[in-house]
Design a protein around this ligand. Structure first.
Ligand SMILES: [Zn+2]
Length: 311
């Protein structure tokens, strides 16, 4: 355990002192992305929202000890486990744990990414692994000489997405500046983290009693789309969904507007999941992203904070 994690553990224990396990006033909806072997994880943006297999299993066991597993969020209390994007690593590593523990997961699919690398993963892969050098994107020159420069570049590029640049256009600019194919060794090594599952895996999930919901056509930032673009983005072409659930891409407050939520409600999606703490409102629910920890004091701390924010 590093000094930083030891200090965090002390902080969590102090913060949780005297507190009992938070009562699930509403369903506790958890969101995960990539469940990967610990030895594959690196401290970069690509793995920023991943969990090790071991920590994921410990979190599921802890949750089961304290809450009842639910299949829908509208029931009082209990917990629900959702996955956005759904890489092969998540399918291969998370489902055996869920099956062993008798938990049914909700998997949210981006249709254009089936059997492909989702653009956001290409984006994080590029930012995390391009060699230290100077790059020109959209007539602007950036120099990467430290890992912290990578984070600065991410915030600069993210402004382009947030102001409406289509993801495909940004990926093309990145590819022109440093070709993705130059990162093929990394892509091969991280194949299961990067590649999304396909129809074969979706059928296996359904056969196992898990739930499959929609996470948009291309994982666009819905808040930047005009009405027709928004309607196309939230209209599925596939017929494998097990219910009318929808997880808003990115799901943070900048990724949707009241108009986006209204359009989803009019399209009869229920439940609709965001990706931050948010009190349930009609079919709209917030979700909690627990950090990659196995500490029960840590889990207690984050769940408590989540309920405090949404009550
Ligand atoms: Zn997503």
């Amino acid at each position: 355990m590093s000094i930083k994690s030891k200090l965090k553990e002390i902080y969590f224990k102090a913060a949780a002192l005297g507190r009992t396990i938070p009562i699930a006033q509403h369903a506790l909806v958890l969101n995960y992305h990539h469940i990967v072997p610990a030895e594959l994880m690196e401290p970069n943006l690509l793995f920023g929202y991943s969990h090790s297999i071991e920590n994921f299993e410990k979190q599921m066991e802890w949750l089961l000890k304290h809450y009842e597993p639910l299949s829908e969020p509208s029931k009082e209390g209990g917990f629900m486990v959702t996955f956005d994007d759904c890489s092969l690593a998540t399918f291969e590593n998370a489902t055996p744990i869920l099956d062993k523990l008798g938990i049914k997961g909700h998997f949210f699919i981006v249709e254009e990414a089936l059997d492909q690398i989702l653009w956001i993963d290409k984006y994080f892969c590029w930012i995390s692994y391009v060699p230290f050098d100077t790059y020109t994107l959209n007539k602007t020159t950036f120099t990467i000489t430290t890992d912290s420069d990578r984070k600065t570049l991410h915030s600069l590029l993210w402004k382009m997405i947030a102001s409406g640049m289509p993801a495909g256009q940004l990926i093309e600019l990145m590819n022109n500046s440093y070709a993705f194919k130059e990162l093929s060794d990394i892509q091969l090594k991280l194949k299961k983290r990067l590649q999304c599952l396909g129809k074969k895996e979706i059928q296996a999930l359904i056969k196992g009693g898990h739930h499959v919901g929609f996470h948009s056509q291309s994982h666009a930032m819905l808040s930047t789309l005009e009405e027709t673009g928004l309607k196309n983005e939230i209209s599925p072409h596939e017929a494998f969904y097990t219910n009318r659930s929808f997880a808003v891409p990115f799901g943070d407050p900048s990724a949707y507007t009241p108009k986006v939520l209204q359009t989803l409600i009019e399209a009869r999606y229920d439940p609709i999941f965001l990706n931050h703490s948010h009190a349930p409102s009609g079919p709209v629910y917030g979700r909690l992203n627990l950090p990659n920890t196995s500490s029960s004091a840590g889990m207690k701390y984050y769940i408590q904070k989540h309920f405090e924010t949404q009550s």
